[in-house]
Design a protein around this ligand. Sequence first.
Ligand SMILES: Oc1cc(-c2ccc(F)cc2)cc2cncnc12
Ligand SMILES: [Mg+2]
Length: 214
Amino acid sequence: TRSTRPQRLLAAVQKNATRGDPRSVVKAIDEFCRYTEWAMNVGDEKGCILDSVVSEVNPATVLELGTYCGYSTVRIATLLPPDAKLITLEFNPDFAVIARQVIAWAGQEEKVHLVEGSSGDLIPKMKEQFGVKSFDLVFLDHWKDRYLPDAKLMEECGLLGKGSVLLADNVICPGSPDYLDYVRNSPKYRSQYFKSHLEYTKVEDGLEKSVFLG
Ligand SMILES: Oc1cc(-c2ccc(F)cc2)cc2cncnc12
Ligand SMILES: [Mg+2]
């Protein structure tokens, strides 16, 4: 039977990237998605904005909502110190299978804990099951209608501390208007929009960076 898009993306990584070299994995995925087959990775343009926010926050603990094939997981993990922890949640088991192999090819398994399941179920378990006190950085890149409920859930579970940063992908395309409205108007956040483009296209999209004020 026909392969899936994530399987074809993994094959491109294993063919064109050097095992243990995360930058070559990122480059191989970007080239595959730009010249062969589009896929919903954060991509190179928004990826540079992601990199700059990760470097600025220099987080000890990161939560990624929505792993997909592990592209942004690898970008983030590469910038973390060896003792830092990145927990990434993926609802789709077929995506998780591919992401584990992409992350392994990039040699980033040590810093990454990929957990399969829904964010709504897993976020309340972060403290007791994963020994997390709070997240310094959360990258929201899963279903857009989960951004707002999951942000509120993280607040309620005490997973955000003063200065915690939420960075959300796709706030324009596909768009998450209720989330944008919340973080831009709530006194609990200081929000900033980074204008960019939908991965590998000329369509407008952007990242919203929101600092939790406690
Ligand atoms: O970055 C993304 C892009 C798109 C997407 C798909 C189709 C289209 F036409 C435009 C945009 C969907 C996403 C779902 N989850 C996480 N990230 C996504
Ligand atoms: Mg996205």
